[in-house]
Design a binder for this molecule. Structure first.
Ligand SMILES: CC(C)(COP(=O)(O)OP(=O)(O)OC[C@H]1O[C@@H](n2cnc3c(N)ncnc32)[C@H](O)[C@@H]1OP(=O)(O)O)[C@@H](O)C(=O)NCCC(=O)NCCS
Length: 386
């Protein structure tokens, strides 16, 4: 690229058809987009179709398609003319395609590429795409496709935080019943409350906060028990629950088990009251949640993962931040979004509308959220002064 060359992106139009056809023929051996198809994408204004011009010459293009009612964008095609490759144009096109999809509030960009197209794969991997699966005999010549995907929205530190704000550290729960304790441990790490042995403490918090029974297997943690565990570890807690009294009993059929669950939660409620912990009964709204987060608090919330993975288990996650479109959660469970890396489960963006559906558990959509902040008189280390 010469110093003076001008590079700009513009919407594809009929005047670009000759160049597009040339780039397509030079770039792909099978599954080429025909001139007719290019024209249809242009005339019917389908998806986002942009060409990159360098000194007025078309040097590449991309097409992103969207499906209604999914938050998935599909990079249908992207190519750079052979004589203009390795000058950053491919990356420029990919960045622009992702911006388009992000503006439409898509969560993911997905694409297929031939398994032997290592050049394109190198570009996508470098841009943060991860391999999802191989689709056998996907192309016209029966070759296989590698499906790649990237999570698009990323949490941006608010303006004015001048880099001093720290992200909430991430940890994966080590058992399938310790999502609550793992969420609390992340909050503790953020508030600089030390833990002698976080591995042990995850189980210790569970012993303090478990409802004993639940749908199947070991019981998870209840909101009141978790609030007590947070208080004990030097956090100031406000507990928001949609129901006065014990929660999560609906998921258990056996009456004896219900009674045990109720007894333990009633004791927890009495202890919280004695300690002066506010228990707010009512609907904890998304606007309250956003206000709390903006005031530097963290929120451990009970969600149903049904909207994500169709499993009906109650699940605790740590909500770290929110903006106009997303709440960002640290999800301690690596099974909720199995295709995500640990880095992607930190500040995982959940569209606000999706969060509204996920927040709450069971037929009666019982809600529970612990709003946490560091208490002024937090012990430096609870183990040292025990
Ligand atoms: C893939 C393609 C779009 C890359 O375009 P480009 O303008 O050369 O890409 P860039 O210059 O921005 O390079 C981006 C990265 O891709 C990788 N890459 C590009 N060409 C490469 C090559 N020949 N060998 C190894 N890696 C290569 C590198 O990681 C590069 O980053 P770097 O230059 O910092 O090392 C281009 O090769 C192309 O059009 N190929 C044919 C069509 C195609 O395969 N499309 C994708 C399928 S959907």
């Amino acid at each position: 690229m010469s110093e003076t060359s001008t590079v700009l992106l513009t919407r594809a139009s009929r005047e670009h058809l000759d160049a597009l056809e040339r780039i397509e023929t030079a770039s792909f051996i099978t599954d080429r987009i025909s001139r007719r198809s290019f024209r249809r994408f242009i005339d019917q204004d389908i998806g986002d179709f942009q060409v990159l011009l360098s000194d007025g010459e078309v040097v590449g293009y991309y097409i992103v398609l969207y499906r209604q009612a999914t938050q998935l964008a599909r990079l249908y095609s992207l190519a750079v003319a052979p004589e203009h490759r390795r000058r950053g144009f491919g990356t420029k096109l990919l960045d622009a395609a992702e911006n388009d999809a992000d503006e439409r509030h898509c969560l993911f960009m997905r694409l297929e590429v031939k398994t032997d197209n290592f050049v394109a794969q190198a570009m996508y991997h470098k841009a943060g795409y991860y391999d999802m699966e191989i689709r056998a005999e996907y192309y016209e010549d029966d070759s296989d496709a590698l499906v790649l995907q990237k999570l698009l929205p990323s949490f941006e530190l608010p303006e004015g935080s001048n880099g001093t704000q720290r992200l909430v550290p991430y940890r994966t729960q080590t058992t399938d019943f310790t999502c609550g304790p793992a969420s609390l441990l992340m909050a503790m790490a953020y508030f600089d409350i030390p833990s002698n042995d976080a591995h042990y403490e995850e189980l210790e918090i569970w012993r303090e906060a478990t409802t004993i029974f639940m749908t199947s297997g070991h019981g998870g943690c209840g909101p009141h028990g978790l609030a007590r565990a947070a208080l004990k570890r030097g956090m100031q807690v406000t507990l928001h629950v949609s129901v006065d009294g014990p929660l999560l009993l609906d998921s258990v059929r056996n009456n004896d088990k219900k009674q045990v669950m109720a007894r333990i939660q009633e004791y927890d409620i009495a202890s919280l009251k004695e300690a002066g912990v506010p228990i707010v009964v009512g609907d904890y709204t998304v606007s309250q949640l956003i206000a709390d987060l903006n005031n530097g608090k963290l929120v451990v919330a009970l969600i149903s993962t049904y909207v994500f993975d169709e499993s009906k288990a109650p699940h605790w996650v740590l909500i770290c931040a929110a903006d106009d479109n997303y709440v960002y959660i640290n999800d301690p469970d690596q099974d909720t979004f199995p295709w995500q890396s640990a880095a992607n489960r930190q500040y995982l963006p959940i569209p606000i509308a999706t969060f509204r559906r996920a927040f709450g558990f069971g037929r009666r959509k019982q809600k529970a959220a612990l709003v946490l902040e560091k208490s002024d008189n937090a012990p430096i280390n609870q183990y040292n002064d025990a």
